[in-house]
Design a protein around this ligand. Structure first.
Ligand code: SAM
Length: 296
């Protein structure tokens, strides 16, 4: 491996004084779509990576940690997931994980950015792993907010795999009380809404806590959970919301049965991992219990 000074570097900035740098072996694509700045690059440690607006979205090395954690606790909480909706999900790996469930009859994915989706299909085919061509997949290029207003189906699970809700991001309009109420109305009885929900690390958990607080006004059970995703260099948080089921309280046998039904082998998620990801540190439990800012 050449000495580090010969590399070009991609620096992900978490804050003006915090960054994680990855050496770049190859830049596979870079540009601006109508909605965001994109780059697909290859690094020696993580393999290929999708970067949108300067934020790592997933890496070849550990995307299964992120995508299994996003999808499977929610589907395991359902008696029988038939219809699933993904908001965002660009790379196709969330679609892939949902379609590993043999009971799923249809999975609709709505992503706003056709250019990024096409790039992912072409340059990151390992993420979709055939899911794009599964007859149960319905891929719609469009604004998820508009889709929620115009489509009238109901879903067993709705999975939010959107970019971070920062004010200049196309995902920003999907994080407010009115949308959470719309999402809830689109769930079937007993349904689950799960979100990738920013970070759970001590120094930047405010956004996660704000999301959790807001969602508690709409759902009886709102459970935070997190996994360390090495490419993100932090503890990545998720929220599982439902009126019917507390995803954090599923018993081990149920999860083992659920995992046993999936096509192919899991990399990260099983009953033991489930217990670990739903077991939160004290600082986070305290922050979640505090009153404070909510999304209006
Ligand atoms: N793992 C990711 C992360 O760390 O933030 C999220 C993955 S995925 C690439 C995010 C997707 O959300 C992108 O493909 C983007 O185009 C999509 N997106 C953002 N705003 C959207 C909107 N309003 N409607 C539908 N898709 C949207």
């Amino acid at each position: 491996m050449p000495k580090t000074e010969h590399w070009q570097w991609y620096a992900e900035e978490f804050a003006p004084t915090e960054r994680h740098e990855h050496a770049v072996e190859e830049l596979l694509a870079a540009g601006h779509s109508r909605f965001q700045q994109y780059a697909i690059l290859r690094t020696p440690v993580f393999g290929k990576m999708l970067v949108l607006d300067g934020d790592t979205q997933s890496s070849q090395g550990d995307e299964r940690i992120y995508h299994e954690t996003l999808v499977h606790p929610a589907l395991a909480a359902l008696e029988q997931p038939h219809e699933v909706l993904i908001l965002g999900g660009g790379e196709g790996a969330t679609l892939r994980e949902v379609l590993r469930h043999p009971g799923v009859e249809r999975c609709t994915m709505v992503d706003i950015d056709g250019e990024v989706v096409e790039l992912c299909k072409r340059l990151l085919p390992e993420w979709g792993a055939g899911a794009w061509d599964d007859p149960r997949a319905r891929v719609i290029i469009g604004d998820a907010l508009r889709f929620l207003h115009e489509d009238h189906d109901r879903y067993d699970a709705i999975i939010s795999d959107l970019t971070e809700p920062l004010p200049d991001s196309p995902s920003w309009p999907l994080f407010n009380g009115a949308v959470f109420a719309d999402v809830k109305a689109r769930l079937r009885d007993g349904g689950v809404y799960v979100l990738q929900a920013s970070t759970a690390a001590f120094h930047n958990m405010a956004l996660h806590v704000k999301m959790a607080r807001t969602l508690r006004a709409y759902f009886a059970h709102v459970r935070s959970y997190f996994a360390h995703v090495p490419a993100f260099d932090t503890a990545w948080a998720f929220l599982a919301c439902s009126d019917a089921v507390d995803a954090g309280a599923l018993d081990g046998e149920r999860i083992a049965r659920y995992v046993g039904r999936l096509r192919g082998e899991n990399y990260f998620y099983d009953d033991e991992t489930h217990r670990r990801i739903f077991s939160l540190p004290l600082y986070l439990r305290r922050a979640l219990a505090e009153k404070g800012e909510v999304f209006s």
